[in-house]
Ligand binder design. Structure first.
Ligand code: FAD
Length: 414
């Protein structure tokens, strides 16, 4: 069993973990940082909607992990298994331990496929697909291209999920392809949403409803997928009136999502299972030398890579302040973004913070986020992937430079 010590240990080398390491190193290049990350590949998950819509090829959304790891970082290619915060220690799956002065948790969210009975056996065959997996997003497009008539179901589980708009993005892009092929009228498209509204921020709903009407989508709220029989092509939903069964020719499933088990079972967890942090400073409520960001945090923001892009520099600045014996100096406003691909070539660009406050990056006369826009599509299809690989992951904080507060933080002391 090996034992190592680093100034900063980051758990997870996904969008949030790599961006934070790069932002830290930009400010203090000599920092001793270790990233614990078991995976060989790093994914640009926002691209999977485009793969499912036949716009991107899957491989453009993946790169070798070694290529995105900042060269100054020690990459520990293992899984974190448990935390001992009282002695500033993380235990890894192989029994090794890491000690830290400061810990940053960025381990993402867990896709709970097993919560839907029969789904595991059906995924990737019998018309059952999901853009939430790299290997399955191409199957979505294959199904869309081959479907000429019948019934297509799209599902959305209860919140929280990463990219709350992704379930309907898959549906709109599919409908657009069917409209193009002249077969939309022969396909019964149904959206089964466990929630009660189409989108959580009212300002974007009228534009989305316009597309729902245009595509003739049958909206079902309070309808939660509970089981699938792939070979029989049947899906079962729980509703307020009891169970309903729907036959399908294709079904796009978004799985329920929960905190990773090793987080939920740890002393770091809030009641929700996610890491219990202050929603503004992103510092742990009980352990002052721990921060969390990205999908694994307990903050009530929309879980998106766009949110992680805004959070990473804030965590970097606050973590350095704490290392230096000061209180956190920056606040996160809850910014998240969801580019809703309503048709090939147009996007409703939802950008908002805590409490549903609209936080557009551009003035209305350039992009009015509440309306479908061609420029937003260019942003999603061309600019954002480039900004992700070359900006966010490399510590360039375009449009997200944190602004330190002028007065001390009333909530957290050093
Ligand atoms: P991740 O990027 O998932 O990284 C978590 C990392 O932690 C992984 O590398 C994992 O291997 C690692 N890890 C897990 N367990 C352990 C462990 N035990 N020890 C160490 N490491 C561990 N966001 C947008 O901004 N815009 C979009 O349009 C958008 N669309 C999306 C569409 C789809 C289909 C999906 C699936 C996601 C989409 N997102 C979008 C959401 C976005 O991808 C996530 O919010 C973002 O990746 C979160 O970053 P993260 O670092 O928290 O998690």
């Amino acid at each position: 069993m090996a034992n190592a010590t680093h100034e900063i240990v980051i758990i997870g080398g996904g969008s949030a973990g790599i961006a934070t390491a790069s932002s830290l190193l930009k400010r203090r290049p000599e920092l001793d940082i270790a990233i614990v990350e078991p995976a060989n590949l790093h994914y640009y998950q926002p691209g999977w909607t485009m793969v499912g819509g036949g716009v991107f090829d899957a491989p453009v959304t993946a790169r070798p992990m070694r290529d995105v790891m900042p060269s100054a970082v020690t990459w520990v290619q293992e899984s974190a298994a448990s935390f001992q915060p009282e002695i500033k220690q993380v235990t890894l799956q192989n029994g090794d331990t890491l000690h830290y002065r400061l810990l940053i948790v960025a381990a993402g969210i867990r896709l709970a496929w097993e919560q839907i009975e029969g789904l595991g056996q059906s995924l990737g065959a019998h018309g059952v697909t999901s853009n939430y997996r790299y290997d399955l997003a191409p199957y979505t497009w294959q199904l869309v291209k081959s479907l000429k008539q019948g019934r297509a179901l799209f599902t959305q589980p209860p919140m929280p999920i990463k990219c709350a708009g992704a379930p309907q993005k898959a549906m709109y892009l599919s409908c657009d392809a069917w409209r193009d092929a002249g077969v939309l009228g022969d396909i019964d498209v149904q959206f089964h949403n466990a929630g009660a509204v189409l989108f959580g921020v009212d300002a974007y709903v009228p534009a989305l409803m316009d597309y729902v009407d245009r595509y003739g989508i049958d909206l079902n709220f309070g309808s939660t997928l509970t089981a699938i029989d792939g070979p029989a092509r049947q899906a079962i939903f729980k509703t307020a009136d009891g169970e309903i069964t729907r036959d399908f020719d294709m079904i796009h499933v978004v799985p329920p999502q929960v905190a990773p088990d090793f987080i939920a079972d740890s002393p770091l967890a809030a009641e929700s299972g996610f890491v219990d942090v202050d929603q503004f400073t992103l510092r742990h409520h009980r352990f002052p030398d721990i921060f969390a960001l990205g999908d694994v945090g307990s903050m009530p923001n929309a879980k998106t890579a766009a949110a992680a892009r805004k959070q990473a520099p804030i965590v970097a600045v606050n973590a350095l302040a704490v290392l230096d014996g000061h209180a956190p100096v920056c606040d996160y406003d809850g910014y998240g973004s969801c580019p809703l691909t309503v048709e090939r070539g147009r996007i409703v660009l939802a950008e908002f913070g805590y409490g549903g406050k609209l936080l557009p990056s551009f003035p209305d006369w350039i992009i009015d986020g509440t309306k479908p826009h061609r420029l937003s599509w260019l942003l999603k299809s061309e600019a954002l992937p480039w900004i992700y690989w070359n900006g966010m992951l490399k510590g360039h904080e375009w449009l997200v430079k944190p602004k330190p507060r002028l007065t001390p933080n009333p909530r957290q002391a050093a």
